[in-house]
Write a protein that binds this ligand. Structure first.
Ligand SMILES: Nc1nc2c(ncn2[C@@H]2O[C@H](COP(=O)(O)OP(=O)(O)OP(=O)(O)O)[C@@H](O)[C@H]2O)c(=O)[nH]1
Ligand SMILES: [Mg+2]
Length: 377
């Protein structure tokens, strides 16, 4: 194809901003690096206005071009039908290049220090030669409310790292929608060469389960003052974790953090581990001072070695992919059902009859499903 011969000199790796650059720097060969056609006219409008082809997305992402990666993510986040179709074509081409990163999820109550920790850990990993992508899953976020990584200044050091890529949560929508977008974003980042993916999520609602289902290692970050917190802590969340990290183990709090660590250890003893063959433990750290961060990463590496060796690592990934497929089938069927004309036509009457006790719940289901099935034949 002709554009391959005129491969653009992509914007430099360290071109500022993980958040879609507004303007691409001028490149040789005319508009957006495309053949200039010999025209001496001034440069046309900024490149991002021009639609990219599937091949341009694929090549740009594979070349590690951050701006094209940002645009590819915007494409997979779009709910417009033509964008979704194009996004799927791009993903199909990129799939063979995905799967090579270590995927780590991080949850914890608001203010636990997740972002501070990711900033410190991510910066170290970049210095060690890794390429780190940071994503967020926050189903409650919307453009107006801002998302958990919406404020770039909260990861100032990391966002300046040329080897790091930070992407806020897709705004609003259902958890299912946010989950799909986040998973596809994760795949795009892998294809772009990021070998560590850190996914932050707030510890509320169902988002932990969603993030657990897209990562290899899941970290629960907690604080001291544990007595109450331990009581209120959902056992279910602890059972998702491959490590529990008590943050802010610094200053006056250091001693309390050690006590909390013992408390958590005792609780973990009675819980089912999240990953077969791996015992979840509690650790302390200070995201602010950096203490405990290296040893946390060693734990993650040990987990990886252990689960790769036992085969659990790949087994979990296969299960994750399949359950992703079926959760999307569920969602699709759900919306087909509730948008079905026949269902909508009889729903009110069926609901009335069931709440008045004229028909049983099972009969109500039968009537609704029959109404749905009529259109399907
Ligand atoms: N003393 C101390 N303060 C910390 C530490 N880590 C984070 N903090 C502070 O705790 C506050 C919250 O930190 P964040 O990193 O924004 O917490 P978060 O978990 O990302 O919060 P949300 O994104 O709102 O859920 C900030 O004021 C941090 O400076 C630490 O290790 N020690
Ligand atoms: Mg945060």
């Amino acid at each position: 194809m002709s554009y391959r011969k005129h491969k653009p000199e992509w914007a430099p790796e360290n071109a500022d901003s993980a958040f879609a650059c507004q303007v691409m720097t001028g490149v040789e060969g005319g508009h957006d690096g495309m053949p200039g056609g010999g025209s001496a006219e001034p440069a046309p409008p900024p490149a991002r206005r021009r639609n990219l082809s599937v091949d341009e997305y694929v090549e740009g992402v594979l070349a590690g071009n951050r701006m094209i990666l940002s645009r590819a993510i915007t494409l997979v986040e779009s709910n417009a039908a033509p964008h979704m179709e194009k996004a799927q074509q791009v993903l199909k081409e990129l799939l063979p290049y995905t799967g090579k990163a270590l995927r780590v999820g991080i949850t914890g109550v608001p203010g636990a220090g997740k972002s501070t920790f990711i900033e410190a850990l991510g910066t170290r990993l970049c210095q060690d030669g890794h390429k780190v992508a940071v994503l967020a899953v926050d189903p409650s976020s919307s453009v107006t409310k801002g998302s958990i990584l919406g404020d770039k200044t909260r990861m100032e050091t990391l966002s300046r790292q040329p080897r790091a890529f930070i992407r806020p949560s897709p705004a609003g929508g259902t958890l299912g929608g946010v989950a799909r977008k986040s998973r596809e974003t994760l795949l795009l980042c892998e294809a772009a060469g990021y070998d560590v993916i850190l996914v932050e999520t707030v510890g509320v609602g169902q988002s932990e389960t969603t993030v657990r289902s897209m990562v290899d290692f899941f970290l629960l970050m907690v604080l001291t003052g544990a007595g109450d917190e331990l009581q209120g802590m959902k056992k279910g969340v602890m059972e998702l974790a491959d490590a529990i990290l008590i943050n802010k183990a610094d200053g006056d709090n250091a001693q309390r953090a050690m006590v909390a660590k013992e408390d958590y250890e005792r609780m973990l003893h009675y819980l089912r581990p999240a990953t077969e063959g791996w015992q979840t433990h509690a650790y302390t750290c200070s995201a602010a001072s950096g203490a405990g961060i290296d040893s946390f990463w060693n734990t993650v590496k040990a987990f990886q070695a252990n689960t790769e060796q036992s085969g659990i690592f790949m087994q979990r990934r296969r299960q994750q992919t399949l359950s992703w497929v079926y959760s999307m089938v569920d969602e699709h069927l759900h919306s087909l059902f509730f948008q079905n004309q026949n269902v909508m036509a009889c729903r009110e009457a069926v609901e009335r009859e069931v709440v008045q006790g004229k028909i049983s719940a099972t009969m109500a289901v039968q009537q609704l499903i029959q109404a749905f099935a009529r259109t399907k034949g």
